[in-house]
Write a protein that binds this ligand. Sequence first.
Ligand SMILES: [Cu+2]
Length: 283
Amino acid sequence: MRIFITLKIILSSFFTIFISNQALSEENMGAAHPWGLNLREAFSPVMADMVTFHNGLIWLITAISLFVLVLIAIIVVKFNTKANPKATKTTHNTFLEIAWTAIPVLILVVMAVPSFKLLYKADVIPEAHMTLKAIGHQWYWSYEYPDHGNFTYDAWLVQDKEDIEGEDRPYTRLLTTDTRVVVPVGKVIKVQVTATDVLHSWAVPSLGVKKDAMPGRLNELWFQADREGIFYGQCSELCGTNHGYMPIEVHAVSEEDFLAWIEEAKENYAKVGEDLNLAKIKE
Ligand SMILES: [Cu+2]
């Protein structure tokens, strides 16, 4: 068992160094980068587990594929017409038949254990520090902060680098939004996801989250950013012509910066239910 674990550590570090160059990516940016291979760099515990699980499975399927390849090679070399002109008439082998049924089943069971563990880890929401509401629209996201004054604002794609000039964040093509989602680092954030028109999906790969946004339904997910940084995401459910142009930009910042941003946001953004249209109707 110990040998297996050591081997796994050696192999996975080999994998990390030579196959994935995520460590070389820009510091604390949850975004894809040119020539990047493998999954996105993990910025949350759930995503870290997903990456570990994925890497483990890669080795498992590699071993299985090599084993099958070796069997095929043996057959091709030893049992071709030249090497083995008189074929045997054997048709049954009880031991082999049981083995090739039972071993794959066992492998699947072994895979299922960590898989279900991870599934429940992602699904069961721990006690949350705060709730954020993400609402999908054709074609932008809007957000609400029910625990911090219940303000709301929209987040649209920024088309041009100049549009965010002078701001304290980089411009990332097709991923930068005019407003940002700000959350405190290291805290459990519960996100309620819904939509107003058609199906959308709120997904941020480096945080390991993706959940469908459905009109009339409230889906929930959770994440915990383990480092400060910017994590990008995109709508991940085909929702119409501008599906590819409704990105998500999450900033994980210190609690202090978060509260400062909240104060600013309360002043700049409308309260839920008190938007301009409603005000007009009241008049
Ligand atoms: Cu969408």
